[in-house]
Design a protein around this ligand. Structure first.
Ligand code: AMP
Ligand code: MG
Length: 331
């Protein structure tokens, strides 16, 4: 019986790489990424290679530490997400995507959530001119396409992993339910879980809702304090953000976060100050915003998280060839 509390990742790199489970999981991952590229390039998106270092990175990863590097005497960061570059890239192309590596030194206690790595990848998508509704529909269609291609193209790998088409009936139907954050909070309280109305759903709460569902669903309209300055505040509902998370069914939890973006210079400065960020650090980004970065919506799917769910793996590290569990020394 799998026990997350005592799980410290693979016994050694060699046995992990040669394990039939790892091989099947990585083939599923490759199938998901190939399907994503097929879908996105077919819908007019251009793939860009994302930067790995920069003067600043996404400050929105609460609880996780950023990693500094010495860049010719300047303090640079490893990317915790590609958000600043995704928005800026819309100056070149109005629909872009990338598969981006992220490094976040997550708190030690996250090593046993089965959902956290210190190094992982996001499939990042940004769509100029799109509303939240449009980008949520794109996300739905993209995820359905990715999973359908794996279900039809890699049945042998799924069988090896103990998964089959029936596990994805809810997902393949599409049309994912939308649950406003406030409603999710009420559902959790009715279940006896003390979820705060002003924060992200906590891991336990998210797992509870995820376990009760047989299809992915979207939680929308998170409260302002819970996210970075780039998630746009709803002009009709101050204090609410025009954002969303995609939550997997069967207890696998969050797969993706996305939002309509703030692209107004003054609004970004205000939101930076509200979130404790010093605008001076973001000079290159703010210069572009002031000159005019298009309005957009976008999202980032955790590649290892999605692989874990599709492959039905006990822990997210099984979806990485070289997993880095928070605090665990590994190649
Ligand atoms: P976030 O910007 O924190 O919402 O991250 C975007 C997506 O990346 C999430 O929806 C997850 O799927 C994935 N993700 C975030 N943090 C981690 C982590 N520490 N390990 C693995 N996947 C992660
Ligand atoms: Mg998130």
């Amino acid at each position: 019986m799998y026990d997350a509390a005592t799980d410290t990742g693979p016994a050694d790199p060699g046995s992990h790489l040669t394990s039939p489970t790892t091989r099947a999981a990585l083939r599923v991952q490759q199938g998901l990424l190939a399907a994503a590229r097929e879908y996105l390039t077919g819908h007019g998106f251009t793939e860009l290679l994302p930067p790995v270092i920069g003067p600043v990175t996404d400050p929105g990863a609460r609880g996780a530490k950023q990693v500094d590097i010495d860049y010719y005497g300047h303090r640079y960061k490893l990317m915790t997400s590609a958000i600043l570059y995704k928005q800026s890239s819309l100056l070149a192309f109005d629909r872009i995507f990338c598969v981006a590596p992220n490094v976040r030194l997550e708190p030690l206690e996250t090593a046993s959530t089965s959902r956290h790595l210190a190094e992982f990848h996001q499939l990042d998508v940004e769509m100029g001119g799109a509303s939240r509704e449009e980008v949520m529909r794109l996300l739905e269609e993209l995820v359905v396409h990715m999973v359908r291609q794996v279900v039809t193209g890699l049945p042998g790998e799924l069988e090896r992993l103990g998964r089959d088409r029936d596990d994805f009936l809810g997902l393949l139907r599409g049309g994912f339910a939308r649950v406003p954050h406030a409603a999710a909070v009420e559902q959790l309280r009715a279940l006896g879980h003390p979820q705060s109305a002003d924060t992200e759903l906590d891991w336990e709460g998210e797992a509870l809702l995820s376990a009760k569902s047989d299809a992915p669903f979207l939680v929308t309209d998170y409260p302002k304090g819970s996210r970075g300055f780039y998630d746009r505040e709803d002009p009709q509902a101050p204090g609410r953000l025009r954002n969303f998370d995609l939550i997997a069914p069967q207890g696998y939890g969050e797969l993706c976060s996305g939002s309509e973006r703030t692209n107004d210079y003054a609004e970004i400065i205000t939101r930076m100050r509200e979130t404790g960020e010093n605008p001076r650090k973001y000079r290159w980004y703010l210069d572009l915003v002031r000159a005019g970065v298009p309005a957009s919506s976008g999202f980032g799917i955790g590649v290892e998280r999605l692989t874990r769910y599709v492959a039905g793996l006990d822990a997210v590290w099984q979806a990485s060839a070289y997993p880095k569990l928070p605090g665990v020394v590994a190649p």
